[in-house]
Design a protein around this ligand. Structure first.
Ligand code: GDP
Length: 296
């Protein structure tokens, strides 16, 4: 069985007792372990490199104070930097807009957009006491529209019908008009995803963004996606001003390194984590706890 990073670092910590200052060698040795742990957790390589460079800079030459030894100081620098990178504090959904506040869901097919749209509707109804409308702009897969109808019902929200022969742009306009006339607080817009990044898809979602002027543009990403998450995140960040991330399938057995990659690439806060296939499987993202999971 693989030893955890905490175990491996503790071993190094013991060898550094009695020093008053952190040396270059100490840092090198520690960073080898941290690098390995992050790669094992599937954090993308460029993100690992960046992270290590920042920790090195912060750690080198630090005085060792009080009862701590250099190893312990280094461990604390790593933990702090990881939590800071992942985002501190709780970032809930921003609804600061003339109602209806529009939330645009973006991400690859299979990432969990439709499921998350239902979960989010439930969250906004129960926790924020909002009147919520959902609509699907996925005109390529009739099954996706039906799936949204089903999860919307489970959430206790209202579903606005759309059809495969409509244009996403027209669906958006009709839904927002309906939401205005019926005094909805929030309109959740589910969008089409492809299996891979595709220029036509990106153009379409950019147009939806311009039409809807959403207060939140959420990038939904599968925590199991691992190394590849970085490319998906880059493409969506280039196409859209993302305001938040939802990391799905955290109930899987990945160490969730994608969180660090996606957060660093987009700069957007991770707002929620998906923790099951069910309608109530959504949690506010806890950066501190997730940092522990990544490090193992
Ligand atoms: P979309 O194509 O992005 O709309 O993705 P879907 O919402 O259809 O989700 C794809 C699959 O992932 C479905 O089988 C969902 O049940 C599943 N799924 C979505 N979120 C989660 C999650 O947080 N945990 C688990 N275990 N499964 C999820």
């Amino acid at each position: 069985m693989a030893t955890t990073l905490t175990d491996r670092l503790s071993r190094l910590v013991k060898t550094m007792r009695g020093q008053a200052r952190i040396t270059e060698d100490n840092v090198q040795e520690m960073m080898r372990e941290v690098r390995m742990a992050l790669l094992e957790a599937d954090v993308a390589l460029p993100v690992v490199r960046d992270f290590i460079a920042r920790v090195k800079e912060k750690a080198l030459g630090q005085e060792v104070v009080g009862s701590l030894n250099p190893g312990q100081v280094l461990v604390s620098v790593v933990n702090k930097e990881l939590a800071a990178t992942m985002g501190e504090g709780v970032a809930d959904i921003n609804l600061n807009a003339q109602p209806p506040a529009v939330i645009l869901m973006a991400g690859l097919q299979g990432a969990g957009k439709t499921t998350t749209t239902g979960k989010l509707a439930k969250h906004l109804i129960e926790k924020r006491k909002k009147k919520v409308l959902t609509v699907s702009a996925d005109v390529y897969r009739p099954a996706a529209i039906e799936q949204l109808k089903m999860v919307t019902k489970q959430a206790g929200a209202e579903w606005f019908p759309s059809e495969p022969n409509q244009k996403p742009h027209d669906i958006a306009l009709a839904a927002i008009d309906y939401a205005r006339r019926h005094y909805f607080d929030v309109l959740l817009v589910d969008t089409a995803g492809r299996l891979a990044i595709d220029e036509a898809l990106m153009a379409e979602i950019r147009d939806l963004h311009a039409t809807l002027n959403p207060v939140e543009t959420l990038f939904v990403v599968d925590a199991m996606q691992g190394q590849d998450a970085i490319n998906t995140a880059k493409a969506f960040k280039e196409a859209l001003p993302l305001t938040g991330i939802v990391l799905t399938k955290l109930d899987g057995d990945s160490r969730g390194g994608a969180a660090l990659s996606v957060r660093q690439i987009t700069g957007a806060p991770i707002k929620f984590a998906g923790t099951s296939e069910k309608i109530d499987g959504l949690e506010v993202f806890d950066a501190q706890r997730h940092a522990g999971r990544i490090l193992g």
